[in-house]
Design a binder for this molecule. Sequence first.
Ligand SMILES: Cc1cc2nc3c(=O)[nH]c(=O)nc-3n(C[C@H](O)[C@H](O)[C@H](O)COP(=O)(O)O)c2cc1C
Length: 309
Amino acid sequence: MKIYSAPLQGFTEAVWRNVHSEVFGGIDGYYTPFLRYEHGEIRSKDIRDVERKNNMVHNLVPQIIAATPDEMRPLMGVIAKEGYGRTDINMGCSFALQVRKRHGAGLLPHPDLVAAIMRETEKWPGIQFSVKMRLGWESKDEWKALIPLLNSAPLTHVTMHPRLGIEQYKKAADIDAFAEFMQECKHPVIYNGDITSLDDIMRIKQQFPALKGIMIGRGLLANPALGVEYARGSSLTNDEMRKLIQAMHDEMFRQLTPRLQGNTQFLSKMKPYWEYLLPDMLKRERKAILKATTIEKYSQAVNDALAVY
Ligand SMILES: Cc1cc2nc3c(=O)[nH]c(=O)nc-3n(C[C@H](O)[C@H](O)[C@H](O)COP(=O)(O)O)c2cc1C
């Protein structure tokens, strides 16, 4: 069974992916945050994120978000130009701005739109498609109307995050509904949702031995070692963890400081990682990092936190 890194806008961009795979490793594939077509264009920042020259990770899957084949085509143009043989289609994003345009989880109540997107996949013969989805937008039965469409499309796999769009990240992931989905889906299935420890990985693997893999998002931001822990069958010690977090942080710092001009840009990029990265025990240390107003104060607060990690 494989372990995949989930796409997280604002977090798992190229620098994080490259540095994570170099320092921690243990991940069989990384998914990019979604590429979108908006106001007649694709943001150059998003294009840079998928450009080959900026990506060192060998198994990278670019993700797109679109409601129609017309929106899909320019995104596929970028992906084809960069020579990727894979694309993941987002049918799970629950951000209101996207859902309003019937993007992401906003597609789930519309089998006609999903059918058109599945037909468009057949027009890109050099590219294999997968889908990342939720159970539905507001009813946990919505996937049932979509499954014949997904089953008859030439997908490599489907990643299921068993929640509704309207639930965002509240409520527990619905494992029974996931089991039902897995039974009906003829493609290999990847599980996604609330995996935060090696025990969680082992529990899901035991419950669903036929899984292709487990995709981890916030859990991997909090414990970037989950992939290696699964590979070696045991958790890292605090000391191992501290050294690797320090190495990952220092390398991200080195790569991001020249790109992000000034204190504000740099701090607003780096601080959110610490919301996940420090255990709850280190509340005071986290607060000091989040309060820092200069790169110097930030670096001092990070050193202080890692000293007691
Ligand atoms: C800040 C944030 C950004 C996200 N961005 C994306 C995205 O670009 N594409 C996507 O498919 N899912 C996105 N997601 C959803 C995650 O990939 C994942 O499905 C979700 O967090 C549940 O998995 P987890 O419990 O392992 O984090 C995002 C989630 C968060 C919290």
